[in-house]
Design a protein around this ligand. Structure first.
Ligand SMILES: N[C@@H](CCC(=O)N[C@@H](CS)C(=O)NCC(=O)O)C(=O)O
Length: 222
């Protein structure tokens, strides 16, 4: 039995969504409505104290992408991944890793630079250079789902689960998606999946809180 240590509306929802898609049993641990309480439970399992953290018997794993790969390979019979011999494999492997390695990273970089205020180069000489990086990646993401139905190619895969959190983060931070019709259609499509809806019911019983926060970002900041 996999135990998922969860924080509401955070990356641990990727693991819950995957388990629901695969129809695998799991135990979900979090303190409803209490972000810090949930994080405390995670810290009892692992010194990094991140969501997601997962326990499988004696094994404790962190890093959402690694956790998804572990579950698909060990318990999912490879479902929701793409085998290397498939023509879709390069798309799948790139977007699966790009999601956390570059998309989430670049979004957070812009968020931090925004916090530097009106003269960001005074804080870091790289600030102006880094600005616009998230947009470039989102342009790439738009062209990906404009040319094929899903990030991983022709079928829904774990690459879509990885990318969903990033796209949601960009939308929460008010990136203007009017220039991204393919990504908007992809987002609508994947959030209609029954497993996504079950994930929301179990992992977010009180509904959104992060969606209600003023993050201080405006469309013009991107
Ligand atoms: N790259 C990591 C990021 C993990 C992460 O930063 N999780 C956030 C929630 S989405 C968290 O737990 N933050 C609390 C903290 O950093 O202490 C992953 O994909 O698992």
């Amino acid at each position: 039995m996999i135990t998922i240590y969860h924080v509401e509306e955070r990356r641990s929802e990727r693991v819950v969504w995957l388990m629901e898609e695969l129809g695998l049993p799991y135990e979900l641990v979090f303190v409803n409505g209490d972000l810090l309480g949930s994080l405390k439970k995670i810290t009892e399992q692992h010194p990094l104290g991140y969501a997601p953290t997962v326990r499988d018997g004696d094994i404790v794993l962190v890093e959402s992408g690694a956790i998804l790969e572990y579950i698909m390979a060990r318990y999912g019979g490879g479902r929701l991944s793409v085998p290397p011999e498939s023509a879709d494999y390069p798309h799948y492997v790139q977007w699966f890793h790009l999601a956390e390695g570059s998309v989430a990273f670049r979004l957070i970089v812009e968020f931090i630079i925004h916090g530097f205020g009106p003269n960001p180069d005074k804080k870091s000489p790289m600030a102006s250079h880094l600005r616009g990086g998230a947009r470039k990646i989102m342009d790439l993401a738009e062209s990906a789902v404009a040319s094929r139905p899903y990030f991983g190619g022709q079928a829904f895969t774990a690459a879509d689960i990885m990318m969903h959190f990033c796209v949601r983060m960009a939308r929460l931070w008010k990136m203007d998606f009017s220039a991204y019709p393919a990504m908007t259609a992809w987002y609508e499509k994947v959030t209609q999946r029954p497993a996504f809806k079950r994930m929301c019911e179990v992992s977010l019983p009180n509904g959104t809180t992060t969606g209600l926060i003023d993050w201080g970002m405006e469309a013009s900041d991107w």
